[in-house]
Design a protein around this ligand. Structure first.
Ligand SMILES: Cc1ncc(COP(=O)(O)O)c(C=O)c1O
Length: 444
């Protein structure tokens, strides 16, 4: 099926799948480790990249291939590689373009696991990450040196929810001959196609909204297919690669493969040799989730906005952050770029500070207390003591994470049920009667 002209909703259901000889409407799960070679010549050709085809499920799988093609089309990219987790996707993307002695310049407001990977693990491998405040794109420019190999940002930082100016930071990257890597997990391609704003490499944790039901772990890297790796800053792409037949990835690949040199190197070097592969069953789960992504994202965002607006009026609430709130610091930039909604996460602090926050999380009904986002069900977490607890207090403060912050991932329940559950949990003996402050919101 030629799907080039289909719109997002249609691609989410069809892209990448061509009905096979069995006439199966659903995508088949290929539970196989390996694939038969037709001859020794065929086998040798596959290994030498002279012919493309299946070798081994650590490297590729027909079910995963449909997932990769679908996400590629949704993101508007050239090729994708799915991996075992979003975390593995980030690590594999970085080590595809950087090695010992190199540097990455990254935003400082990241998911805690990514922060730790950058702050504690990459340096042990000789890759230094310089953290900067992404609110001013000039901070990236100032941190770039001859050794820099890429810039890294999240579209909406986890968990403080500052929206990042992807376009401005892409311009800084390209002015300096560098690719921009964007973790787009919090926006998904439905809310934002970062490639249209200049991203060169897009990461999505499939675990979150793309899967959408909290039922599997996976990640995917999408290569926009237009970065010039021959610009002089990426010897891993211009010098013979001892990991792969001495190939110079940016120079030796034949024309149809040349634009996707990055995705090919991810697959044939770190994925092949470090092995963070996704299982075909999980690829199937994520394909199932993606089918309804556009419908779910609209409802996640509508519900999140209703909850954020309600919390804004609540007498026990000290502050609320949601990029869709008109007076949120991120609103001007976010409303410029996000045309389909502002995502499903709301964060807030209560007047009683940390102690009150803990009580709310321990007592709230309906919200599941767990460390995830993007489930169809609503979730609640205290990031400073969980997902971001490996960061020092100072690192948390620099990223804007305060000890009283409560993170809500707003699901697809009826918003009034969510609001009532929050009101019940926020109720203290001093809270004024509900009707007195709710009327303000109703009359707005
Ligand atoms: C923004 C962001 N990126 C990446 C990840 C890591 O994804 P995974 O849990 O699939 O490894 C997370 C997980 O919470 C995340 O929030």
């Amino acid at each position: 099926m030629s799907s080039e002209n289909y719109r997002f909703e249609t691609l989410a259901l069809h892209a990448g799948q061509s009905v096979d000889a069995t006439q199966s409407r659903g995508v088949a799960v290929y539970r196989t480790s390996s694939y038969l070679f037709k001859s020794t010549q065929h086998a040798a050709n596959l290994f030498a990249l002279k012919e493309l085809g299946n070798i081994y499920t650590r490297l590729m799988n027909p079910t995963t291939d449909i997932l990769e093609q679908r996400v590629t089309q949704l993101e508007g990219g050239a090729a994708s590689v799915a991996l075992a987790s979003g975390t593995a996707a980030i690590f594999n993307a970085i080590i595809t373009l950087a090695e010992a002695g190199d540097e990455i310049v990254s935003a400082n407001n990241l998911y805690g696991g990514t922060y730790t990977q950058f702050d504690a693990i990459l340096p042990k491998l000789g890759i230094t990450v310089k953290f900067v405040d992404p609110k001013d794109p000039a901070n990236f420019e100032r941190a770039i040196t001859d050794k820099t190999r890429a810039l890294f940002i999240e579209t909406i930082g986890n968990p403080v929810l500052d929206y990042t100016d992807v376009k401005a930071i892409a311009e800084v990257a390209h002015r300096n001959g560098l690719p921009l890597i964007v973790d787009a997990t919090f926006t998904t391609p439905y809310l934002l196609r970062t490639i249209d704003l200049g991203a060169d490499i897009v990461i999505n944790s499939l675990t979150k909204w793309l899967g959408g039901h909290g039922s599997g772990i996976g990640g995917i890297i999408t290569d926009a297919g237009r970065f010039n790796w021959k610009g002089g800053r990426h010897p891993l792409f211009t010098e013979p690669d001892q990991n792969y037949h001495g190939l110079r990835w940016a120079i030796d690949l034949p024309e149809p493969l040349a634009p996707i040199a990055f995705a090919l190197r991810v697959r044939t070097v770190p994925l092949r040799n470090l092995g963070a592969s996704i299982s075909p069953d999980n690829s199937w789960i994520f394909l199932q989730g993606i089918e309804t992504l556009p419908v779910r994202m609209v409802r996640h965002a509508e519900n999140a906005l209703k909850v954020a607006e309600h919390l804004e009026q609540h007498p026990e609430v000290a502050w609320v952050r949601y990029p869709g709130l008109k007076n949120d610091p991120s609103y001007p930039l976010a409303s410029r770029d996000l045309k389909n909604g502002f995502g499903g996460v709301v964060v807030f602090g209560v007047k009683g500070g940390y102690e009150a926050a803990v009580k709310i999380i321990d007592n709230i009904k309906l919200f599941s207390h767990l460390a995830n986002v993007g489930d169809a069900k609503s979730l609640i977490l205290h990031p400073a003591s969980t997902s971001h607890s490996q960061l020092s207090e100072e690192q948390q403060r620099h990223g804007g994470l305060s000890p009283d912050l409560i993170r809500l991932s707003i699901g697809l329940e009826h918003p009034d049920d969510l609001i009532e559950a929050l009101d019940d949990a926020l109720q203290t003996e001093n809270t004024p009667p509900r009707a007195s402050w709710l009327s303000k919101l109703i009359n707005k």
